[in-house]
Design a protein around this ligand. Structure first.
Ligand code: ADP
Ligand code: MG
Length: 335
């Protein structure tokens, strides 16, 4: 018996699917190190808890900050942690079990970065390591017929990157990746509140604003009370922020996401475009949960847009399907 794992090493969240068991690990992609000794203190959930309230001697790192590998060392730590944790779910065996790992990598990853991921998996005990383009994994997780001779398109909007991709016959035909996704929207809220209200808010507060009242398209009006630190007095202050103001602040970022999709469509051969026009494209990743994004994209591109089911787990589920399907895996990696 082999242990087959599908891994989504995301900029914000990492997930592992164990064949036969489903998702067994789902934690933030963060590593906490001792600043001086570089010793690993915490990984995943526990490291995330430290972020924002860390004493000076602790540094919290996100190994894949903007969709590329920002740091080989912490990437390896993260992968080892995920693999070890997932393996523990496989149960006890008297015999050494072959470990096969399928990992989603960003389309923007360089050969050096790809090799670093592969190496890290091997160091964590994997015998077979397969790298698969993230959007392709997302599409498989969403159940799209990626190996058919027709154009399929998915736009994965994660924390660090937006990746748009069109594929046919199991391979990518055209794609574009930009370092603008969910986290950029959160950071924009922090800047906006600072500029508009002279108020400093933290990342968690900004994310709550984004999730609660953030939108890409004018929908129901909403507002929210927010507490932060007044930059002038240094004291706590309470303000009210509206969904319209937040959307206005998002304008440029939204344009970037729309342009990424448009450019990908423009670089796609005509017959495949026709397929995409007919069926529409899919959006996945946590960033795709921004309210009204589907509607904005559809209106601005003229193509129908569908949200994949459970967008935060699509890449992991796709990698998991591939880990348990050698034939599909070969078909895809030969393209
Ligand atoms: P990655 O693949 O890069 O790890 P994810 O697909 O896990 O990223 O998505 C993380 C991003 O999704 C974060 O920026 C987070 O704020 C955002 N996100 C999660 N849920 C929502 C939501 N309900 N509305 C808007 N954004 C969301
Ligand atoms: Mg992702």
């Amino acid at each position: 018996m082999a242990i087959d794992l599908g891994i989504d090493l995301g900029t914000a969240n990492s997930l592992v699917v164990l064949r036969g068991k489903g998702i067994v690990v789902s934690e933030p992609s963060v590593v906490g190190l001792d600043r001086r000794s570089q010793k690993v203190l915490k990984v995943g959930n526990e490291a995330f808890e430290m972020a924002g309230k860390t004493p000076e001697n602790i540094v919290v790192i996100r190994p894949l900050k903007s969709g590329v590998i920002a740091d080989d060392y912490t990437t390896e730590i993260m992968l080892k942690y995920l693999i070890t944790k997932a393996k523990a779910h496989a149960g006890f065996s008297l015999f050494p079990q072959r470990l096969r790992v399928v990992v989603g990598v960003p389309t923007g990853a360089t050969p050096v970065e790809r090799r670093a991921v592969e190496e890290a998996c091997r160091n964590a005990g994997a015998r077979d390591v397969w790298l698969v383009q993230e959007p392709l994994a997302a599409a498989i997780g969403a159940g799209l017929p990626v190996t058919e001779a027709r154009g399929n398109m998915i736009v994965d909007i994660g924390g660090g990157t937006t990746e748009a991709a069109v594929f046919s016959l199991g391979g990518l035909v055209s794609w574009k990746s930009v370092p603008v996704a969910g986290d950029a929207f959160t950071e924009r809220i922090i800047e906006f509140v600072k500029g508009e209200f002279n108020l400093f808010i933290g990342e968690r507060t900004a994310e709550t604003i984004k999730v609660n009242i953030g939108s890409a398209y004018p929908l129901d009006k909403a507002q929210m009370e927010v507490t932060g630190r007044d930059l002038l007095t240094g004291l706590p202050k309470r303000i009210t922020i509206s969904s319209d103001a937040v959307r206005e602040a998002f304008r440029e970022l939204l344009n970037t996401v729309v342009d990424t999709v448009k450019e990908t469509l423009e670089n796609t051969p005509p017959e495949l475009i026709a397929d995409v026009m007919e069926t529409g494209f899919y959006i996945s990743g946590g960033g795709s949960l921004l309210k009204g994004l589907d509607r904005l994209l559809s209106e601005r591109t003229g193509v129908p847009v569908h949200m994949v089911e459970d967008p935060l787990t699509a890449v992991a589920r796709g990698a998991g399907i591939l880990a348990g399907n050698a034939r599909l895996l070969k078909e895809i990696s030969s393209t």
